[in-house]
Design a protein around this ligand. Structure first.
Ligand code: NDP
Length: 323
């Protein structure tokens, strides 16, 4: 495994991280979840990503249990706040009250004294940035969170947040956006603002939720047990990846196999190696429903794709990429 610096901070993260959205506490049973976490640890993954709202808070509990007994200094534990975790009117968003309460609840579920990177899961336009960042600042001073991140904020929101973070001496060092061969939206603005501000990219869905594994074929039934086919995964898959379940995209993805083969990689490994090619990416967060997927995908760590391969990928995906 290779470890990269997270933005301009001194924190090192594994260039492949394991996330547990949809899987832990929902799609897979706890034994499988623990096996995935142990496969990740065995392969040198040290960075784990979750969120309080994943699987109605169960994902944090499962991850906390899976990592129990681990030397805390050897892992980076990252979680998020924003999405509702209850039905109360304060059980959501980025108010001081919710941030403080959510952080304490996450610490309990994760069975830890501190969170390495605590993300604002989305921008909250109903709360002032000052209120949000002062709450983060207090948590940092209390030692309950070490670094702060944001997820899916616009370039303008990030620039404003970074200016305030500097003023309040809040270590805002991570941005968590969607990024894959098929979804390159951050390349136009977000990545540049972040580079200027010393904020690293920790990207999600590098396989476009499994589309880039090549297992979804045109005019064939959905693979059994896949995210698209399970009740826990289907609603998220349809909303965020459904657009790629069309013949022209799936055929293009299958054509990427020859490039993967040439590079000595499988298709999922090629997709992960592609996002890691970007020097602004500190880590690619993979998901897994089986330990074998972790074992396969981690082999993308440390691989380099040459410029000819990068060009061939762009030619095959021409007109199909969201920018
Ligand atoms: P991926 O794009 O890596 O998709 C993972 C899924 O693809 C797996 O669960 C599995 O699904 C399938 N898969 C993985 N490897 C293989 C393989 N080798 N062969 C075949 N199928 C494979 O990432 P996710 O969409 O899971 O996102 C990763 C993480 O990013 C999340 O867990 C979360 O931590 C974070 N995230 C953050 C968001 C944010 O708003 N900040 C939003 C979304 C995710 P299956 O086997 O079920 O088909």
């Amino acid at each position: 495994m290779i470890y990269r610096k997270l933005g301009s901070s001194g924190l090192k993260v594994s260039e492949i991280a394991l996330g547990n959205w949809i899987t832990h506490g929902a799609q897979v049973n706890n034994e499988t979840a623990y096996a995935c976490v142990h496969a990740a640890l065995d392969a040198g993954i040290t960075t784990f990503d979750t969120a309080d709202a994943y699987s109605e808070t169960r994902a944090e509990t499962v991850l906390g249990q899976a990592l129990k007994g681990m030397r805390r200094e050897s892992i980076e534990l990252c979680t998020k706040v924003y999405h509702p975790t209850g039905t109360g009117h304060n059980d959501r968003g980025l108010s001081r009250k919710h941030i403080m309460e959510a952080c304490h609840a996450s610490l309990n579920r994760l069975q830890t004294d501190y969170i390495d990177v605590y993300y604002a899961h989305r921008f909250d336009s109903t709360v002032s940035l000052e209120e949000t960042f002062l709450a983060f600042s207090d948590l940092v001073r209390q030692g309950k969170i070490l670094y702060v991140g944001i997820s899916e904020w616009t370039a303008d929101q990030i620039a404003k947040g970074a200016a305030l973070a500097r003023e309040l001496r809040v270590p805002l060092v991570a941005s968590q956006p969607q990024y894959s061969m098929l979804w390159r939206v951050i390349e136009s603005e977000v990545i540049h603002v972040c580079e200027r501000e010393g904020i690293g990219q920790v990207v999600w869905s590098p396989l476009a939720q499994g589309i880039l594994s090549g297992k979804y074929a045109p005019n064939k039934p959905l693979p059994q047990g896949s995210r698209a086919s399970t009740s826990a995964g289907a609603p998220f898959f349809e909303r965020l990846a459904g657009q790629w379940l069309r013949t022209e995209v799936l055929l293009a993805v299958s054509k990427l196999s020859s490039i993967a083969h040439e590079a000595g990689l499988t298709l999922p490994q090629l997709a992960i190696a592609w996002v890691l090619q970007n020097p602004q990416v500190s880590s690619a967060i993979i998901g897994a429903s089986k330990p074998e997927q972790v074992q396969e995908n981690v082999k993308a760590a440390g691989t380099r794709l040459d410029s000819e391969m990068m060009k061939q990928i762009d030619t095959i995906l021409d007109g199909l990429v969201e920018r």
